[in-house]
Design a binder for this molecule. Structure first.
Ligand code: NAP
Length: 324
């Protein structure tokens, strides 16, 4: 494969401004990097949160959008091992101030960016839907307390969404849990198909009343990826310990008396993506892509539709952009 001269990418410079298509030269690779031709990229709430966040103003210049990708390796730096041109790869490029994956070509450092060979049974669109949410699901599930009784019981809120759908699947396939999933009725069948043992339709049932016995278990744990924030537009994860300090007291109280409390962030580990790829190749997990949006770099402005769909909070699984 020939080393490309130019790269089309979606970029923005100031908070929340419309993304623009830019055509830039592809710089030579560092010895530690590989160049990837992106075929698909998925959108996550954090893409929108960062785009609208004051944080991005800290560094001037253009920033990219998109963290997840799936594509083909085009070129490999001289000190990189384990990758060759032509390999199909999926992964996470989480560089807040740098390039995003809504881009034809990206430079990836396989020793610091989580990457793995694309599962053969997944399309690029499916593979691009996996990294950020699966890595988040692992970090949540690792917080499960070790208890005598087996299987452990897990309740997953938002089970039909990007992260929730992976928590349900990994809780069954890797952590051997009994899963109660919470979603709206229209997604009940989908979530059962992911392996959930029980489904609660929050539009019909009083979730707190149904779950009271489990929630009050002092040897249990409450794990969140959003903290106490109620707005999907602001950043979640451990940063919310600063914005809602009541969580710090809850964390300490949880360690001393139980139930444990934690607001966690995604892992950044290639071996977990390799594990997901193995599960996918054995047919033990699936990747639901509600829509593949075409027109990333033309007047169709795929990014606009992707943002709108995420903000409506009704996406089942994920939304991906086709990157040509
Ligand atoms: N800390 C971290 O590292 C981290 C990582 C990833 C994501 N996050 C955060 O986690 C949140 C979820 O992200 P995501 O990508 O998984 O979201 P998502 O895919 O956009 O979630 C959409 C799903 O949410 C469900 N939903 C909407 N309202 C609900 C409600 N009231 N109760 C239960 N389910 C509801 C919808 O299903 P129904 O239509 O069935 O309700 C829909 O399928 C975001 O705020 C994101 O920023 C944090």
């Amino acid at each position: 494969m020939e080393y490309p001269k130019t790269n089309k990418a979606l970029r923005f410079s100031s908070i929340g401004e419309d993304l623009k298509v830019v055509e830039i030269d592809v710089p030579p690779l560092l010895s530690t990097e590989i160049l990837v031709k992106v075929h698909a990229a998925s959108i996550n709430p954090v893409d929108i949160q960062l785009w609208r966040s004051g944080i991005i103003g800290v560094v001037s210049g253009q920033k990219g959008m998109g963290r997840d990708f799936s594509g083909t390796v085009v070129s490999v730096g001289s000190s990189v091992q384990g990758w060759t041109a032509g390999d199909e790869i999926f992964g996470l490029l989480f560089h807040v101030f740098g390039e995003g994956t809504f881009s034809q070509y990206i430079r990836v450092n396989p020793s610091s960016d989580p990457v793995a060979k694309k599962p053969t049974g997944f399309t690029h669109e499916q593979a691009a839907s996996v990294p950020l949410v699966a890595l988040t699901a692992f970090s949540c599930l690792d917080w499960l307390p070790t208890v005598q009784q087996s299987p452990r019981r897990v309740v997953v809120r938002g089970a039909a969404g990007g992260t929730g759908s992976w928590i349900v699947q990994l809780a069954k396939a890797v952590y051997d849990c009994h899963v109660t999933a919470i979603c709206s009725g229209r997604n009940a069948k989908y979530v059962s198909g992911l392996g959930a043992d029980e489904v609660i339709d929050y539009t019909k049932e009083d979730v707190s009343a149904t779950l009271r016995p489990q929630i009050l278990n002092l040897r249990g744990a409450y794990v969140t990826i959003v903290g106490d924030k109620t707005n999907v537009k602001s950043l979640g994860g451990p940063i919310t310990y600063l914005t809602s300090p009541a969580q710090i007291l809850r964390f300490i109280k949880g360690w001393v008396f139980g139930p444990r409390y934690a607001c966690v962030s995604l892992y950044s580990k290639s071996d977990l993506l390799e594990q997901v790829a193995r599960l996918a190749d054995r047919g033990e997990v699936q990747a639901e892509v509600q829509e593949v949006i075409e027109g990333a770099f033309d007047e169709r402005e795929a990014w606009r539709k992707a943002v709108q769909m995420m903000e409506e909070k009704r996406v089942r699984g994920k939304v991906t952009l086709a990157i040509l």
